[in-house]
Design a protein around this ligand. Sequence first.
Ligand code: KG4
Ligand code: ZN
Length: 361
Amino acid sequence: MSFRETPDYVDIMALILGIESSCDETAAAVIDSDGASLATRVVAQIIASQDEAHRPYGGVVPEIAARAHVEVLSPLIGRVLAQAGLRLDQMDAIAATAGPGLIGGVMVGLVTGKALAMAAGKPLIGVNHLEGHALSPRLADPTLDYPYLLLLVSGGHCQILEVRGVGQYRRLATTIDDALGEAFDKTAKILGLGYPGGPAVERLAREGDAKAVPLPRPLLGSAEPHFSFAGLKSAVMRAKLAGVHRDADIAAAFQQAAIDCVIDRLRGAIVRTSGMTALVVAGGVAANQALRGALETSANEAGLRLVAPPLMLCTDNAAMIGWAGAERLALGLIDPLDMAARPRWPLDAAAEAVRGAGVKG
Ligand code: KG4
Ligand code: ZN
């Protein structure tokens, strides 16, 4: 990506307007990079979910998403500034998600960010959505230092990364087929739980017995560092079609199998790193309490502290985009107004492609 060095931005307190529109949430936030805690750093945030619009289709429809972002974003930015009691010209920079994600939505947010930056004469920061997730734990926990080991689990991504600093990522694992959130969503669909599926599967799993349905744990114990959930998803489908299991048991068994796979892959990654300050989880699936419990045990075993941001920072939001913008601004990393939106944008550009190259990032 391109940027301009602007040393005069280094280490100054900054107010950032963050904009997020890469999937099915339209969000805007005002971030005060000088705040000492999450509460004072997020001056205001509004998240408008499109769940209702996509529910009849059982997944996100890109065209519907893009149209909804167009309708909602501008008034939402006006409201978030009003809520913060600040004007656009008081912002030090505008940070908008520039990818990866659904290109229509990304363009709506980025073009809006560019227009506001141009109108107010403020720097633009095009944020990688994944960097937003990756740095969000630092927004929540001011004591979290680089480098840390990050499990990034969302609807589109499933990766383990070494986060060494802003823009410095080493990918240790990714998925060769489905992302973890996608596996939750597909399981929800198979069980008729509707969209979005992750929270519904977690709720139902609480009433089920994970041992009642035998399900595979793809790649468990293998030297391969990556994730695979396609086989697990097919097994969930077969278990449902067999017609002999309770849905709650299938949900519980799926969730446990998926978590076992994650913990196994994570163990391998922990062995391949050293000097990590913490084990950190981010992305929508980080909202899952059962996963958090398993990660806590795993972190304890490895002698690492677990940092799991509050739920509102796990699923898509604009505070994390504003925060990533603040971290970039502090380093003078701003972007030109002709910056292009990127539907695909891996955090570790040097990472080798894996089987299943259809997966974003
Ligand atoms: O980060 P996110 O909001 O959007 C993407 O960038 O993908 O993640 C959304 C994903 C969805 O797949 C959703 O089902 C999953 O996170 N998710 C959960 C839970 N809450 C959200 N999965 C499992 N358990 C949850 N409690
Ligand atoms: Zn996300």
